[in-house]
Design a protein around this ligand. Structure first.
Ligand SMILES: [Zn+2]
Ligand SMILES: [Zn+2]
Length: 242
C-alpha cells in the first residue's frame, strides 16, 4: 500500500491546523502549535494512577485493580479520560483534520509510558503498531490518525513504527449505536497479520479506546504471534460502572 501520499497530506494538514490559542479556553498558548494550554491540560490529565484494565483510580502505580487482577484485560495506557473535557477534541483529529490536540497529548502519553516503565508496571515494546484503517477509508480520509500518533510517539521514544504488518481487510460498518455483541460480530475477522510477524512485545496505537472492541479483536488476531500486547492511546473511556 502506498502510504507516502496520505502521510504527506497528513503532515500538511497537521502543519496548517496548529493554532496558537488553546482549543479549550481560547487563551493564547506560550508555544505555538501546542493546542492546549498548560492549565487546561493539567485539569484534564489523570491526577492519580489508574488501572490499565478498567480505568478505575488507584492509590499506587500498578498494572491492575483487584478486580482486573483476576481477568487481566488488555492493558490500555492513556494520559486522560475520554470523559474529561479533552474527549470532544479527539474525534476532531480524524473527522475534521484538526490536529492541534495531538502534540500535547502525545507528550503526556510519553510521560505516562515512562512513569509506568520506571515503576516496572509495563515493558517498553519493540515496536509500535498503529490500528490500521481499511484502504478505502484511508483513501477517503487521506490519513490514518493512529499512524500520525504512532509516528510522533516513535520519534519521542525512539521506537520503530511498523506499518503494513497488520492490515484491515474488511471495511466494517461504523460501530456507533451497536451493542457489544454486534460490535464484536462486526469486527470478527476484520484484521489480518502479514506473513512475517517477528515481534514478541508490541504496543498498538490508536487515538482513543472506548469499548475496546477494536483493540480486543486485534489482540485476538495477534495472539498466536505475540504474547505481550499493550495499547497506547490519547484518551480512554473507563469500563462501565467504574
Ligand atoms: Zn486552555
Ligand atoms: Zn481494573
Amino acid at each position: 500500500m502506498n502510504i507516502i501520499g496520505p502521510f504527506m497530506a497528513g503532515c500538511r494538514a497537521l502543519a496548517a491546523s496548529l493554532p496558537n490559542r488553546c482549543l479549550l479556553c481560547h487563551q493564547q498558548v506560550a508555544a505555538p502549535g501546542s493546542g492546549i494550554c498548560l492549565t487546561c491540560l493539567q485539569t484534564c490529565l489523570y491526577r492519580t494512577p489508574v488501572c490499565l484494565g478498567c480505568g478505575r483510580k488507584l492509590t499506587i502505580l500498578a498494572r491492575y485493580c483487584g478486580g482486573c487482577l483476576t481477568t487481566r484485560p488488555l492493558p490500555v495506557i492513556a494520559p486522560a479520560s475520554y470523559h474529561s473535557l479533552l474527549g470532544p477534541l479527539i474525534p476532531r483529529i480524524k473527522y475534521q483534520a484538526q490536529f492541534a490536540a495531538m502534540p500535547p497529548l502525545v507528550t503526556a502519553l510519553v510521560q505516562q509510558v515512562n512513569a509506568l516503565h520506571a515503576a516496572e508496571v509495563i515493558p517498553i515494546p519493540q515496536v509500535l503498531i498503529p490500528v490500521p484503517l481499511h484502504p478505502r477509508r484511508l483513501r477517503q480520509r487521506g490519513f490514518n490518525q493512529a499512524w500520525l500518533i504512532a509516528r510522533m510517539l516513535g520519534q519521542q521514544l525512539q521506537l520503530p513504527v511498523a506499518d503494513g504488518v497488520l492490515q484491515r481487510v474488511v471495511a466494517t460498518l461504523p460501530q456507533t449505536g451497536m451493542d457489544g455483541r454486534a460490535r464484536r460480530r462486526n469486527l470478527r475477522g476484520a484484521f489480518r497479520v502479514m506473513d512475517k510477524f517477528p515481534y514478541q512485545r508490541i504496543a498498538l496505537v490508536d487515538d482513543v479506546v472506548t469499548t475496546g472492541t477494536t483493540v480486543d479483536e486485534i489482540a485476538r488476531t495477534l495472539a498466536p504471534w505475540t504474547p505481550d500486547i499493550q495499547v497506547w492511546c490519547l484518551a480512554r473511556a473507563e469500563a462501565p460502572g467504574v
